[in-house]
Ligand binder design. Structure first.
Ligand code: IMP
Length: 421
């Protein structure tokens, strides 16, 4: 059976934990979008990891981890991550790296600084936007180019000559040469070359054979390049709508599409956030939830759960169920708010506006629900939780029309309720 794990907010929903829990039964785990902008927290046998590129399947020997064509890959980060996971496991994870995935190159990170996208949009400054832009502009360098070193150098030469014309005063760009980059990239890629291949074909045949395949989304629906709060978004599709295209399989048959939402909302980087809580309560939520970026260490902006945004995210993902994470973080808060609609220019709005400018003028209309004083992390059934927490989950289901199939009560795999739907 195929399952997808997809973020429903602005990333950081807890996809790492949920994928890691579900990957135990998977034969193949596939990351289909983004790059090292992602930071998925995984606790494997008591050891905490922040993974950036490698899907959570890598923690289970025998499971194939696929880095699919829609990704942008930084070889340095990948090598480091492989080393860390291999040291933990005592063996090297089995990887398949799509030959049509694009490479993040040193000049992509430099461009984020010289063009100011890092500062303007609060990007992760990992070169994501410039790498995807090169891909669309025919000047990207792909993983498969590593198999043909002369082509690789020609492509680097072409791209660098254009960059040097556009940025004649950048010493950092000026100092790069295609021949040095070629040597550097081939050195980093050397142990990975055997793992490069046709990921779309491998995923398609795993699905056709009825294998358990898990798709691990990165970022979240509200950061999707088309369906998020543009321009304050990442540069790839992040939703189920984009999954087939990113991998190269039309309309993949993924019956279980789990949308992950935190019991509240966070955002890193710039952009509108109607339910943001300023002041002491926002700070408290950040501290309780450990809301600091795994990739950049930046403090995350915190706010209440936004059901308007959640309905939009569930729709673009065709989500069949919700996994509600970090419910424990709300424990001890007397009154919890749920945003049911927005007030826009004096009118009540229930549909999520796609314009960031319009969204920035939306004020939340809240419903207040009672909090709870304890949520035992060892609970195994929803019924083991206090009545107020059960009611909170029920309100989310009523307002979205989608059932909550998983409730996460802590970072460890055991701190999870799985419900029969
Ligand atoms: P980029 O993906 O680095 O280009 O950043 C674009 C926006 O997406 C910024 O607001 C980032 O903070 C945000 N972003 C990208 N990846 C993640 C993620 O994995 N979690 C949370 N936010 C992210």
């Amino acid at each position: 059976m195929a399952t997808a794990v997809l973020g429903l907010q602005w990333g950081d929903e807890g996809k790492g934990k949920i994928t890691h829990v579900l990957a135990r039964d998977a034969e193949m785990v596939v990351r289909f979008n983004g790059g090292p902008n992602a930071g998925h927290t995984v606790i494997d046998r008591g050891v905490k990891f922040g993974t950036h590129l490698i899907p959570a399947g890598a923690f289970y020997p025998g499971t194939v981890s696929v880095l699919a064509g829609g990704m942008v890959i930084d070889l340095e980060v990948l090598r480091q991550e492989i080393d860390e996971i291999s040291a933990h496991l005592g063996s090297v994870p089995e990887l398949l790296i799509a030959e049509n995935a694009h490479l993040i190159l040193p000049y992509h990170r430099i461009l984020e600084e010289v063009e100011g996208s890092g500062a303007h949009f609060g990007t992760t400054r990992r070169g994501i936007g410039p790498a995807y832009r090169d891909k669309a502009a025919h000047v990207g360098v792909r993983v498969g180019d590593l198999l043909r070193p002369d082509d690789l150098e020609n492509r680097l030469e072409h791209r660098l000559s254009l960059l040097k014309r556009i940025w004649p005063n950048s010493d950092e760009i000026g100092s790069l040469t295609a021949s040095c980059l070629r040597v550097e990239l081939l050195g980093l890629a050397e142990p990975l070359i055997e793992s490069v291949g046709d990921a779309a074909a491998a995923v398609a045949s795993a699905l056709a054979e009825g294998k358990d395949v898990l798709f691990e989304g990165a970022q979240g629906a509200l950061l999707d390049v088309d369906h998020g709060t543009y321009p304050y978004v990442t540069s790839s599709p992040t939703t189920f709508a984009g999954l087939g295209n990113s991998i190269g399989i039309p309309a993949p048959d993924v019956r279980r599409r789990i949308g992950i939402a935190k019991a509240y909302t966070t955002r890193v980087g710039e952009g509108p956030f109607p339910t943001e809580i300023e002041g002491a309560l926002g700070d408290e939520l950040r501290d309780r939830g450990g809301e600091f970026g795994v990739t950049t260490g930046r403090p995350r902006r915190c706010g209440w759960l936004d059901l308007v945004a959640l309905r939009h995210a569930l729709f673009v993902n065709g989500a069949t169920e919700i996994a509600l994470t970090k419910l424990d973080v709300l424990t001890g808060i007397d009154e919890i708010k749920l945003c049911r609609a927005y007030l826009l220019d004096g009118e009540r709005v229930e549909r999520f506006p796609l314009s960031a400018e319009v969204l920035s003028r939306c004020a939340p209309i809240y419903e207040t629900v009672a909090g709870w004083s304890a949520a035992p992390a060892e609970a195994k059934r929803l019924e083991d939780l206090p009545a107020e927490a059960i009611e909170f989950v029920a309100r989310i289901e009523e307002e979205t029309g989608v059932s909550v199939g998983i409730v996460s009560l802590g970072p460890a795999p055991e701190e999870t309720i799985h419900r029969e739907l």
